[in-house]
Unconditional design. Structure first.
Length: 217
């Protein structure tokens, strides 16, 4: 295929953050007398839009239904920041290096299920502001992954046909979304506490440092 644009997922692909969000959500709920096992929270969080996560949480814990989605996101961010202090760093260097390299010759965007402000802040943290054309967050498209809506919107905004877009993902929901959009999908399969079925991807790598445009054929 002829690649004309590259699309990156954020959580789990560019930054190693999904388990931090899981632990942050478990702690947030526990402080509100809502108990959810870590294993069950993984299934709720991994690869999914914040809108869908909020819906599942408020359905499971009706007492939280009165908490607006934006308010919960803001409250949760404090728990996430606390989790970040317990790790040496969440950036996946080889993935960010690939993004910056590709951006020298192609348009690059980030399509994530996280709130847009969080996505923009992560791009800034990675030092990739000049490399990313734009970001799409949970507020920008609906429904979330595994629907192809986000990737199709990104392609439309770029003015590039989906079949000429390459997506980098790390979750079943993300891979399913990319393929439903008609895009070439490269899956990043790293060691994880919550292994994902990535078999539908066109190419599976354990490190994005191994990716080359020539591999697209």
């Amino acid at each position: 295929m002829t690649a004309r644009a590259f699309v990156f997922d954020l959580d789990g692909t560019l930054i190693d953050s999904e388990m931090l969000w899981v632990d942050a959500m478990v702690a947030y709920l526990a402080d509100r007398q809502c108990i959810c096992p870590r294993e069950e929270m993984m299934a709720i969080v991994f690869g999914r839009s914040w809108f869908d996560i909020h819906r599942d949480i408020t359905t499971r814990f009706p007492a939280l239904a009165r908490v607006p989605r934006q308010q919960m996101a803001e409250d949760l961010r404090d728990y996430y920041v606390e989790q970040c202090t317990k790790t040496d760093g969440i950036i996946i260097p080889s993935s960010v290096a690939l993004l910056k390299t590709l951006a020298k010759d192609y348009p690059v965007i980030v399509v994530s299920g996280s709130p847009r402000d969080d996505v923009a802040e992560a791009v800034k943290m990675m030092g990739a502001e000049s490399s990313v054309r734009f970001v799409l967050g949970a507020e920008d498209y609906s429904p979330g992954k595994p629907s192809p809506a986000g990737f199709l919107l990104g392609a439309k905004m770029l003015g590039i046909a989906p079949e000429h877009c390459v997506v980098f993902e790390d979750s079943w929901a993300g891979v399913t979304s990319a393929k439903a959009a008609g895009m070439f999908c490269v899956a990043l399969s790293r060691q994880s506490e919550n292994p994902q079925d990535l078999s539908a991807a066109d190419l599976i790598l354990t490190d994005l440092a191994d990716f080359t445009v020539d591999a697209l054929g």
